[in-house]
Design a binder for this molecule. Structure first.
Ligand code: GLN
Ligand code: ZN
Length: 775
């Protein structure tokens, strides 16, 4: 029974790679210094895995930016616009790579980065390969060979990891019409064959080809592509041992495609697709073959300790049918998605020893994999390692830190009317029109204003104890008043307080809710050098006291205009945290929904008449398989409604969404029944509105009229144009005027100029509508 690992985090436990890359990009260190840091991280990672007793240790799981971009470099899928820039001039692979990853600006040249999108349903983002009809591939970068050799010199014969050819094609985008990217397979395979031959000749025994595409909905043609690809690889490489890794879900209808592949081993994810195991053990072709089955028993995507009983049960079942030699043990997926090392969490006032004892980060997960493998070979029930593990699991199951009967009881007592506002939207709209007295095309912003160094310094100084709580709050209040005056001068209709007291829209609420903990070093790569440190939801969630009322009430008391209360919604808080694995996500979402509901009601009591509950992450929670969408969307929408529905008709509930296209879930967005939604659209020139051709969005809506992701100041005309486009499908009384997203990342001058133009656009539109109705 071999233990192995699919991939290890590569930013370094102290984010060394992030720091070195950013210094390299800033011209502060040279190429060799960057490569030195990278090599050091790889060496450390191999060392850690060796010490943990992992039999097959991966290589090429390291990346300077992104493993999909690495694959594009390996197969020479380099768009001409980058190739021209760099290769012709300096023949510098590294700069070419970073130009693709980050864009290239110099003198009069300005080439944008390649498009980036989410890696399956994780919060990791990859660079989307670009394909053209009959595209040719050729071996370009030999990174995979260099890393294999490097490890070999350290005495480790690694298992190189490549993204499999079919998944690689599935991840890309056709840049011209009239062809199917899957048809490129025959052009692509020769490159894979030559790389694999090279690896084999240098001594590689095993390779891992990642094909998570096998957990997606596939067409017949795509399924056949898998068969054809692996048949060709087998023929060209009769002796190299190929492991195909699937993860992030069950195989479902792709099971026979996966089990029929001519490979030496198949990896399945038992944390997100446990039903795949009995199905494979019932598959006669697989059972009668000599193929190995790799069991992904340790969750690669969370921070919880593995339940050895559960894992050993899986292994026992597999061994019974396949025999010990044909079973392998591994994490469910690459450990890229979990933080590095729990040992670095030394601040016991932040993460108490009791809670820490329930957790495992990447390094600890490796240890679990090898310990489980060792236990499986023994009569484990009486082994110390097993007993210790079960004690920890048991303590989590029964801890009063986690389980709060009154929180569970309240969630159980939710009834249908808790999801419903008192009256229908048309009734509420009439009441709000009368009470709020907003003009036609009301203008607003999304919540945050530029976070200047001064503002960041305030929060940092509070944390360091340089500023007292009172002084800090005085300074925040000054910022709020300044921003209110500024918004009034611009002529904005519904103001915001500016969110100066918030570091991050999820962390801020996590810090005030019970059931959350935070780490000091729990960084996870989001993309390139960007890392996030997600809060950890470990227990039943409740709101010990009001979280935002003080700031919102202060702001409203300081302006004659309406000031919006500003909250983050339950689905987004859930989505951007590490969540419990001991209860369904839905239950956690409802608990958070109730906590936010209490805050909404308290804001209303404090005289706040407009309250925004942000849900930018609602779409990214969508399951990978379409048949599971409906269940998810139903509870996600319900969690939002639960948070919003506690108020009177006259209180106007807003929501905000961004970061994705929403056309395919527009009916669920409507079902949230927010009185107003402000939504990102401007980057796609209001493509969202296409959805409105077949679907009448019933409530008020502000499709963003300018892209806040760029410092560029849009002209009045551009925004009038977009608004007029919106008016073709949205009734005038329902249309709001606002930017795409919060302005946190912008600077004040461009923000002021853009908002000034936005207000002019709204005024022009009002004039023209009045003129039409009078003429
Ligand atoms: N209210 C938040 C802000 O303006 C919303 C952020 C977001 O949508 N990502 O910053
Ligand atoms: Zn946004």
């Amino acid at each position: 029974m071999l233990s192995h690992n699919l991939g290890y985090p590569r930013v370094g436990s102290q984010r060394e790679l992030k720091k070195a890359s950013e210094q390299y990009w800033a011209g502060k260190i040279n190429r060799d210094e960057l490569q030195k840091t990278a090599r050091k991280i790889r060496h450390q990672n191999w060392e850690i895995q060796k010490n943990a007793g992992i039999d097959l240790i991966p290589s090429n799981d390291f990346s300077l930016y992104d493993q999909v971009l690495d694959t594009s470099m390996m197969v020479g899928a380099i768009p001409e616009r980058y190739y021209q820039l760099i290769d012709g001039k300096s023949n510098n692979e590294l700069d070419l790579y970073f130009a693709m990853a980050r864009g290239f600006q110099r003198d009069n040249t300005d080439v944008k980065a390649m498009e980036m999108t989410k890696w399956f349903d994780t919060n990791y983002h990859y660079l989307v390969p670009e394909f053209t009809a009959n595209q040719k591939f050729k071996p370009y970068s030999d990174k995979v060979l260099l890393e294999f050799e490097d490890a070999l010199q350290k005495g480790i014969t690694t298992k190189p990891v490549l993204i499999g050819p079919v998944t690689y094609l599935l991840l890309g985008k056709e840049k011209e019409a009239g062809f199917d990217k899957i048809d490129l397979l025959d052009n692509l395979l020769p490159v894979y064959i030559s790389v694999l031959k090279e690896l084999s000749s240098r001594g590689a025994e095993w390779v891992q080809l990642d094909e998570p595409g096998l957990v997606l909905d596939l067409t017949e043609k795509q399924k056949l592509a898998f068969q054809s690809a692996y048949a060709q690889l087998r023929e060209a490489l009769p002796t190299l041992r190929i492991l195909v890794a699937t993860y992030f879900g069950a195989l479902e209808d792709n099971l026979s495609t996966a089990t029929a592949l001519s490979v030496d081993a198949l990896h399945i994810d038992l944390t997100r697709g446990a039903e795949t195991l009995p199905a494979i053990l019932n598959d006669e072709d697989f059972v009668s073959s000599t193929k190995k089955l790799s069991l992904g028993v340790v969750d690669g995507r969370n921070i919880w300790k593995n339940d050895y009983q559960k894992s050993l049960d899986f292994i026992t079942k597999a061994v019974e049918v396949l025999g010990e030699n044909r079973v392998m043990v591994a994490p469910s997926s690459s450990l890229l998605h979990s933080p590095h090392d729990l040992d670095l969490e030394t601040n016991v006032t932040v993460l108490t020893l009791e809670i820490k004892n329930w957790m495992a980060f990447a390094k600890q997960k490796l240890h679990e994999v090898s310990e489980i493998t060792a236990l499986a070979k023994t009569d484990w029930k009486s082994e110390n390692a097993f007993v210790e593990n079960q004690t920890a699991i048991e303590s989590r199951r029964n801890s009063s830190l986690i389980h709060k009967p009154h929180v569970k009881k309240r969630a159980e007592e939710i009834v249908d009317r808790d999801f419903e506002r008192l009256s229908t939207f048309p009734e509420r709209q009439a009441i709000q029109l009368e009470k709020l007295k907003l003009p036609l095309f009301p203008s607003t912003t999304i919540g945050s204003f530029p976070q200047t160094d001064d503002v960041r310094q305030l929060r940092a100084n509070l944390k360091k104890g340089v500023l007292t709580q009172d002084d800090y709050e005085d300074r925040i209040r000054e910022e709020i008043v300044k921003s209110l005056r500024w918004q009034e001068d611009l002529g904005i209709d519904v103001l915001v307080h500016g969110e100066f007291e918030r570091n991050d829209m999820v962390e801020y609420f996590g810090e005030s809710l019970s059931g959350f903990v935070f780490t000091q070093n729990g960084w996870v790569q989001s993309y390139g050098s960007r890392c996030v440190k997600p809060p950890i939801i470990f227990g039943d969630v409740e709101r010990p006291e009001a979280m935002t009322v003080k700031w919102s009430a202060f702001a409203q008391a300081n302006s004659e205009k309406l000031v919006k209360g500003m909250l983050t919604g339950p689905v987004t808080i859930l989505q951007w945290s590490f969540v419990r694995d001991d209860q369904p996500r839905k239950d956690t979402a409802f608990q958070i929904g109730l906590a936010i509901r209490d805050e909404v009601v308290d804001l209303e009591k404090a005289g706040i008449k407009v309250i925004q509950i942000d849900e930018p992450a609602i779409r990214e929670g969508l399951p990978l398989r379409k048949h599971a969408w409906k269940t998810y969307l139903t509870w996600a929408v319900d969690a939002f409604r639960l948070s919003a529905a506690g108020v009177a008709d006259q209180t106007q509930i807003h929501t905000h969404m961004c970061y994705s296209e929403f056309n395919d879930i527009i009916d669920s967005i409507a079902a949230m029944d927010a009185d107003v939604i402000t939504i990102e659209t401007s980057r796609s020139q209001m493509e969202l509105l296409d959805a409105f051709a077949n679907f009448n969005y019933p409530n008020e809506i502000g499709p963003g009229v300018y892209d806040i992701h760029s410092p560029r100041v849009p002209t009045v005309d551009e925004m009038v144009f977009l608004l007029e486009k919106a008016l073709k499908v949205i009734p005038a009384r329902n249309l709001w005027v606002n930017p795409d997203c919060g302005l946190k990342t912008r600077k004040w001058p461009e923000t002021e100029a853009a908002l000034r133009n936005m207000i002019s656009a709204a005024n022009l539109l009002r004039e023209s509508v009045v003129a039409v109705s009078q003429g």
